[in-house]
Design a protein around this ligand. Structure first.
Ligand code: MG
Length: 227
């Protein structure tokens, strides 16, 4: 297995690939906790920062409760009250970075089976060089998703496109649109649908575009990803 980090010098060494797959674990810390404690499946879970200060990860159910990222724990304690029935009651866990690091290594090692180059981008996401027809690429995405779920126990979404930025965008679509079932190959989406999706996404959703740049783009009359 070859794992390369985000080193620009390594780019020249990468075997050529027509496509880039971004594989990203959903709600990583919460999913990692669930991998070891299945009773946490389907209920709102948050993982707290060091010394249980504030929320660093929310499960989908916790997001649905409207809990913001970074919310201090003392403001949420009432949601974890025993008076609330289990299933609706918020479960808060102290972070366990050793566990997350271990699971991350297992995910990355497994992904190394599917590509000659894997660029680990963060603890829970990696870019992979991939090739194939649209059907093969979608199948590869599903295979990787199923393998990570089966062998490591955490859910991932896969976005596949010709650039890292579009792979990020495809991954976001895979995560937020149930129609994709967790795998989105950008070019498999009909062009008019892609345009519709992009026209509904704010530029702030673009990789590398932060709030400040968004304000500047908006001032120039650029509001959505579609230009
Ligand atoms: Mg993630």
């Amino acid at each position: 297995m070859r794992i390369r980090t985000a080193d620009p010098a390594s780019l020249a060494l990468m075997p050529s690939s027509d496509y880039i797959a971004l594989v990203d674990v959903n709600s990583f810390y919460a999913s990692a906790e669930r991998a070891f404690n299945p009773s946490l499946e389907g209920i709102p879970v948050v993982v707290l920062s060091n010394n249980d200060g504030c929320v660093v990860t929310r499960s989908a159910e916790a997001k649905a409760l409207g809990i913001p990222m970074g919310e201090p724990w003392f403001k949420l304690k009432h949601l974890a009250s025993d008076a609330i029935p289990r299933g609706k009651r918020l479960v808060a866990l102290s972070s366990n970075y050793e566990l997350y690091g271990d699971l991350s290594s297992r995910v990355m090692e497994l992904l190394g089976r599917y590509s000659a180059w894997v660029e680990v981008y963060s603890i829970d996401e990696a870019f992979l060089g991939v090739n194939g027809t649209p059907v093969q690429l979608r199948q590869l995405g599903r295979t990787m998703k199923d393998a990570v779920r089966r062998h490591v126990g955490v859910p991932v979404c896969v976005g596949i496109a010709t650039t890292k930025g579009l792979a990020k965008l495809a991954n976001k679509l895979a995560k937020h649109n149930p129609d994709f079932a967790g795998v989105c190959h950008w070019e498999s989406i009909p062009e008019e649908v892609r345009d519709g999706l992009m026209s509904r996404l704010s530029v702030v959703e673009l990789w590398g575009v932060a709030t400040r740049l968004t304000k500047r783009l908006n001032a120039m009359g650029i509001h959505t990803i579609l230009i």
